[in-house]
Design a binder for this molecule. Structure first.
Ligand SMILES: C[S@@+](CC[C@H](N)C(=O)[O-])C[C@H]1O[C@@H](n2cnc3c(N)ncnc32)[C@H](O)[C@@H]1O
Length: 266
């Protein structure tokens, strides 16, 4: 049996410090990616209304003036690295979602199939104005051979009627480890991966930050390739591997999840 250390080394090799434009021919079954917001976001300032200790630096933000060009480049990266039958999910905050929508519609070779909404627990901290605690997720395909599974194993499908338009998942904050701004929660990714991919599929994220897409893909028996320009993303990824492959970590996770559930009335 492979040692824990070897498994970790194998997983670390799948995270490359690389510009999104430099990927070629990945041939992914599913791309899940979350571009920078284009709102001068660093994750280390007051955006979160919470203690920013432990938040790593180096997050590469996109300027508003260059946002369209960057999205065009991201769409090219998706097209060049997706199987003919593949699918892509692109996250967006509300600020630039109209721009992303328009760029996808203009882009040749990718088809917008629909949009989903992820609602999360940010609202309690936003006292000064209505909180935008919703992300939009653009669902894109390349050709006609795509498929999705209409059931996942999270509360999204096990409780109540499955609804692929609205996904309600809390953010799973972690204590005592480096934090990556905007890290996506485990269960949200689990839900999306189970709906849009199968075991042994290749999952790709060229803007991977903490590498959470890779962590969840691996735990669900999918293969993955991920990358980011920020070297600190890979450091957080290493901590997350330790955390999720460690039973005590999962117990700590449950404690935090329970805390948030209680606080936010989920
Ligand atoms: C919103 S974050 C992704 C967070 C990630 N989904 C997670 O769960 O941790 C966007 C990421 O894109 C990275 N980035 C920006 N421009 C890039 C580029 N040209 N190539 C690769 N990564 C880039 C940023 O450093 C940042 O980590």
């Amino acid at each position: 049996m492979e040692s824990k250390e070897n498994i970790k080394l194998e997983l670390l090799k799948k995270y490359e410090i690389k510009d999104m434009k430099d990927w070629k021919g990945v041939n992914a079954d599913l791309i899940i990616t979350d571009p920078p917001f284009g709102i001068e976001f660093s994750g280390k300032n007051g955006n979160y209304h919470r203690n920013s200790d432990n938040v790593v630096s180096g997050y590469v933000e996109w300027k508003v003036s260059e946002y369209s060009e960057r999205i065009k480049q991201l769409l090219k990266t998706i097209k060049d690295n997706l199987k003919q039958s593949g699918q892509a999910l692109i996250f967006s905050g509300w600020n630039n979602s109209n721009l992303i929508h328009n760029e996808i519609m203009k882009f040749e070779g990718l088809t917008l199939r629909g949009k989903m909404y992820w609602t999360y627990n940010f609202a309690p901290a936003c006292k000064l104005r209505p909180a935008h605690n919703v992300y939009e997720i653009f669902w894109i395909t390349k050709d006609g051979g795509w498929h999705y599974n209409n059931r996942c194993s999270t509360h999204h499908c096990t409780e109540g009627e499955p609804n692929l338009t609205t996904l309600k998942f809390i953010r799973d904050y972690k204590m005592n480890m480096p934090k990556y701004p905007t890290r996506l929660p485990f269960k949200l990714l689990k839900c999306l991966l189970e709906h849009f991919s199968d075991k042994e599929d290749l999952i790709f994220d060229p803007l991977s930050g903490s590498g959470m897409v890779g962590v969840v893909a691996s735990m669900l028996d999918r293969d993955f390739l991920i990358g980011d320009l920020n070297e600190n993303g890979k450091i957080v990824f290493e901590h997350l591997i330790e955390y999720y492959f460690n039973k005590n970590g999962l117990m700590q996770d449950k404690k935090i999840t329970d805390f948030w559930k209680k606080k936010n009335g989920y």
